[in-house]
Design a protein around this ligand. Sequence first.
Ligand SMILES: C[S@@+](CC[C@H](N)C(=O)[O-])C[C@H]1O[C@@H](n2cnc3c(N)ncnc32)[C@H](O)[C@@H]1O
Length: 312
Amino acid sequence: MAQKSPESLTCDQSLSSQEDREGPEEGLSPPCDPGQTKTSSVRVLTKEEVDRLSCERVLVSGFKQMKLEKDCQKNWDLFYKRNSTKFFKDRHWTTREFEELRACREFESQKLVLLEAGCGVGNCIFPLLEDDLNIFVYACDFSPRAVEFVKLNPLYCPERCSAFQCDLTKDDLRENVPEGGVDVITLIFVLSAIHPDKMKLALQNISRVLKPGGIVLFRDYGLYDHAMLRFKAGSKLGENFYVRQDGTRSYFFSKELLAELFQDSGLQCVSNDYVLRETVNKKEGLCVPRVFLQSKFTKASRASDDSLHEDT
Ligand SMILES: C[S@@+](CC[C@H](N)C(=O)[O-])C[C@H]1O[C@@H](n2cnc3c(N)ncnc32)[C@H](O)[C@@H]1O
């Protein structure tokens, strides 16, 4: 199937591609989500699903793949031109799922310094800034429009927030964030948008600004998520890697691959689980199985670095 250039998409076409994203239901889930199960096992596919996935042998041509990589920043920027701040809902679940956002201070009055890498229009950071007065947030995205939307948000103030444009795979974060100066990094539905060959570069980049003992909080698409099974023929770029109609791409992670990527970037696994949820696709009146991967990784603290040296 010929890939349409994102600029030529009509509103309806881009709406249908929205179905492939994690969707607005990811924004608001109840304080204690009863519909969500955490598991270490990968989702078991039905026979039809196995057949459907094994049919997809033809990959998008190398030439088109190179163009998608060259245009990845432009395609996300156009996504925000079309959708402005209206696509993703505020992510009010982060403090429920990641208690570190409240509890990782050594003393109560300590200001928590956070980096939201790939912040989009700020759906993750603004609920945090609203809830917790003692937090400073660095937020970056490679889409200039997204960064502009963050700065225009009424909750944005330079005393508590610093938003800047940065391609995590190319631009050294230390130009905007002090080396080793961040307690917590959130990576929410971002790594999946980066080409698998460049994911390690992004992780090494964030690792440099993370404090020893600091933590990365990760949530993203998991292997065999409903969105992965919905891609039409002609959308496959590689193993577990697909392109949407608007030219943005999505990788679907196994927990093993994710753990390896972080480990190779010098970060140690604290937890790494699939989150299974059934959500209703209102348009089709269907209950669909969503799979996300939710994980935490830490950078060895100096004390444990020293003890490693002592042992050797
Ligand atoms: C699905 S959105 C998630 C936004 C935000 N984290 C949230 O939770 O709402 C993915 C974001 O990653 C950004 N992104 C993709 N590749 C990037 C890269 N190489 N460097 C920086 N940002 C990137 C996109 O521009 C987009 O805003």
